[in-house]
Write a protein that binds this ligand. Structure first.
Ligand SMILES: C[S@@+](CC[C@H](N)C(=O)[O-])C[C@H]1O[C@@H](n2cnc3c(N)ncnc32)[C@H](O)[C@@H]1O
Length: 178
């Protein structure tokens, strides 16, 4: 609540995601691919816990969170993960700092639909390049339309799942390069 009052746009939703959302997102992990699963906007770790429960070894998770206190909370509660305090718009620098190259899947609960186009580009394009062919950038949104400007970024999108959160529908979108 304290973080939301300070950064309502940056946080997006006031209430954290539920274990139900985490379960739906866990189904999107491509664990048969090489590389870490990257979680963007890990917050208090609700999704992180669901990804681990969904069979992702904690050691395989890289978490990025821009709020320093939340990043510290993640490090304390999920010590086996690599929890990075930083801005997802600097994703290449953040991943290079922990020696991560290719990614298996990206799971994002960032409030990305509120990001200007250039910020969306700065987050999504380096991730898609690191995912390579067949890798998915997965994003939730409470909007009925894609939360990322696919036309101007020239990327592919499909709505792949939906779940209810606090009486509101949450859509799960997948983005990928040709
Ligand atoms: C809607 S909350 C989701 C939190 C948690 N994953 C959940 O589902 O409950 C969005 C999170 O993204 C973080 N965030 C917002 N902008 C960010 C950025 N540019 N880089 C990294 N994290 C960011 C916020 O601090 C917040 O924790």
């Amino acid at each position: 609540m304290r973080h939301w009052l300070r950064h309502p746009i940056g946080m997006g939703a006031l209430l954290p995601s539920s274990p139900g959302v985490a379960r739906v997102l866990a189904r999107q992990m491509q664990l048969d691919r090489d590389g870490p699963i990257l979680e963007l906007g890990a917050g208090t770790g609700t999704i992180t816990g669901g990804l681990i429960a969904g069979a992702c070894p904690a050691e395989r998770l890289v978490l990025v969170e821009s709020e320093p206190q939340l990043a510290a909370h993640l490090r304390e509660h999920y010590p086996a993960t690599r929890a990075i305090h930083g801005d997802a718009k600097q994703i290449d620098t953040l991943l290079a700092g922990v020696g991560v190259g290719a990614l298996a899947t990206v799971i994002s609960t960032l409030p990305i639909k509120w990001f200007p186009l250039e910020d969306q580009r700065a987050v999504v394009m380096p991730c898609l390049r690191r995912l390579g062919p067949g890798g998915h950038f997965v994003q939730i949104t409470n909007a009925p339309t894609p939360p990322i400007d696919t036309r101007r970024l020239r990327i592919n999108a499909a709505r792949v799942d939906a779940v209810w959160l606090h009486f509101l529908p949450v859509q799960v979108w997948r983005f990928w390069l040709d």
